[in-house]
Design a protein around this ligand. Structure first.
Ligand code: ATP
Ligand code: MG
Length: 571
């Protein structure tokens, strides 16, 4: 392609709301154009990169035995009612009605649609397993669309759904997909980590995320220095925290009873009051849990004074859709005493959860559910169902698997695989006949890749202060040939010849044939970030051109033939 004939509107500046390198460079280098919050046009370069990434995804999935389909984007609300998600999904789900007052939603994900497809056409175990996927626009009315392609409202996703006769076969596919997705991200040149993810009610290792390691990532991930354990902080577990080490005779000794503790509403004040490490204190975090149909309820979460509540875990512990703050007035109206709450002696009917690490622990101090009083010398009895994992795992904590040190880092979620089970097949009545002629719901897995987000993730991980550095299989072109002075006939002709030769050999080439200053064209080369460049310039009189590797900007003078060979070797 000729630069002079292609729409590549590069710019010196990016709008001030663009803060991440990927957002800034994708806009400045003319890959995308903003249309509105979370909405983007893909310009020719952006479309080419998107198509190449999509191609890698498709090739690997097809090779793994998955079949591509293409489902309607506008989906009947009726299906969403069948699964119960029409009410549950919240405002991210864009709902609308047509001229006949039929209700629809724009697909944010396609479980219902895919189950509906399969329930109509798959009847027997002999047709299983089956893995269908699509690479298609999704719409989620995100509350905070930001960072360009990273969190759009309209975005491109690969979403796959597998159907099995039993758990065992679904788990086999889950592992197969972990390997397949890993191959995709490796081909795209990404440094990533597969981590355990929050699976809501399913728990265990039923869900994994693929995290591209980058400082700018929105997700915090916990990794172990001793083994390959990695988890999203939302799902991370640790070995129970150890008590602080005390010199002999220095351990806190508590005589049980209620103590008058005025002005000790915070953990810091309480620790000061008793001159004690907050490890021995129990903190109460009050929240309001929101459930379906707008139902709300106050929930108290109890954990150690030196721990923090992990919101996703807390939400899962009570099966809520979300947690929101609750005011002191609301707590008092429920008969509670903010600043002095404990799990022993709570008013009737107050819902609460206790961090599971506290089970059986003793020598603790906790609110006495009485103004200005704390209970000292508490031992935590077995509260059964009230125990749950609630803590935020932090750097320095110990690994639950090997005892190694955990540390935290940040990642961009580019993929998610999920052991779904019968969560959708059951309510939608999607069943098959097993070997014994018995009707059973499909056991499902679901899988997703943020295809458009990948473009942003690639640039977050691969850029310098001049612009993008595309990886081999994500670049819009393999090579850019820059003609130093287009008015010079020899230069132009040599460049044209290189362009023809390399294109004939299957190389995707962008020829910068614009009547612009050389410096200006080189700045664009660096900004756009095509992996290889060839400058046809003054050294042509000695029969040489300059090959530039964008990553590191390494330069070599080569003869024309050598340059062709060097390009073919690298592409
Ligand atoms: P996130 O936690 O980032 O909101 P999610 O867990 O809601 O994502 P999934 O439902 O697992 O996302 O969707 C599968 C993949 O789609 C994600 O791994 C991510 O790469 C991509 N994705 C999700 N939301 C967006 C978005 N708003 N913009 C771009 N890509 C997205
Ligand atoms: Mg996810």
């Amino acid at each position: 392609m000729r630069f002079s004939r292609t729409l590549i509107p590069t710019a010196k500046e990016a709008p001030s709301d663009a803060v991440l390198p990927s957002h800034i460079y994708l806009l400045r280098a003319g890959f995308i154009q903003s249309v509105g919050a979370g909405l983007y046009n893909f310009l020719p370069l952006g479309k080419r990169s998107l198509d190449r990434v999509r191609q890698v995804v498709k090739e690997e999935l097809d090779a793994a035995g998955c079949q591509e389909v293409d489902l309607a984007f506008v989906t009947p609300a009726e299906l969403w009612r069948e699964s119960g998600r029409f009410e549950k999904y919240g405002k991210e789900l864009l709902r609308f009605t047509d001229r006949k007052e039929n209700e629809f939603v724009l697909g944010p994900t396609h479980e219902e649609m895919m189950v509906n497809l399969v329930r109509q056409s798959v009847k027997s175990y002999k047709q299983l397993p089956l893995h269908l996927y699509q690479i298609k626009t999704k719409f989620r009315d995100e509350i905070r669309p930001r960072f360009g392609l990273m969190r759009g409202r309209e975005f491109l996703m690969e979403d796959g759904y597998s159907f099995h006769k039993d758990e065992e076969d679904m788990k086999r596919e889950f592992e197969h997909m972990e390997a397949t997705y890993s191959r995709i991200f490796t081909r795209l040149g990404l440094d990533f980590r597969v981590v355990e993810a929050d699976s809501g009610a399913i728990g265990g290792s039923g869900s994994k995320e693929f995290m591209v390691l980058a400082e700018s990532g929105e997700d915090e991930i916990v990794i172990c220095d001793g083994c390959d354990y990695g988890a999203n902080v939302e799902a991370a577990v640790r070995a129970p925290r150890e008590a602080p080490s005390y010199e002999e005779g220095e351990e806190p000794i508590m005589s049980p009873g209620d103590f008058h503790t005025p002005d000790t509403k915070t953990i810091e004040a309480l620790a000061d009051f008793f001159h004690i490490d907050s490890h021995h204190l129990i903190k109460a975090v009050a929240q309001k849990a929101r459930y379906d149909e707008g139902r709300e309820e106050i929930v108290l979460f109890f954990l150690r004074g030196n721990d923090d509540l992990e919101e996703t875990k807390a939400c899962n512990a009570v099966g809520a859709n979300e947690l929101v703050d609750v005011s002191e007035e609301e707590l008092r109206a429920a008969g509670l005493t903010p600043g002095y709450m404990g799990f022993i002696g709570l008013p009737e009917g107050i819902e609460y959860r206790i961090d599971r690490e506290l089970k059986g622990e003793s020598n603790l101090i906790m609110g006495a559910n009485r103004e200005e009083y704390h209970r000292v010398g508490v031992t935590v009895p077995d509260f059964g169902e009230h125990f749950a994992d609630l803590v935020t795992v932090k750097a320095g904590d110990r690994c639950a698997h090997c005892g190694g040190r955990l540390s935290t880092t940040r990642g961009i979620e580019v993929g998610h695989i999920f052991q779904l089970g019968t969560r959708y097949s059951e309510p939608l009545g999607a069943t098959f006949l097993d070997e014994n002629g018995k009707s059973r719901p499909f056991v499902m897995g679901t899988y997703g890749i943020g295809v458009s987000r990948l473009l942003a993730a690639i640039i977050e991980q691969h850029h310098d202060d001049r612009g993008c550095i595309w990886t081999r299989e994500s670049a819009p072109f393999d090579l850019e040939i820059v003609v130093s002075n287009i008015a010079n006939d020899e230069e132009r002709e040599a460049a044209e010849k290189l362009y023809r030769t390399l294109r004939e050999r299957g190389v995707e080439v962008l020829l910068d044939d614009r009547k612009e200053r050389f410096g200006f064209k080189m700045k664009d080369f660096e900004l756009i970030g095509i992996p290889l460049g060839i400058v046809v310039g003054k050294k042509l009189s000695e029969g040489k051109v300059e090959l530039i590797v964008r990553d590191g900007l390494e330069r070599m003078d080569l003869s024309l033939d050598e340059a062709v060979e060097a390009v073919l070797e690298r592409v």
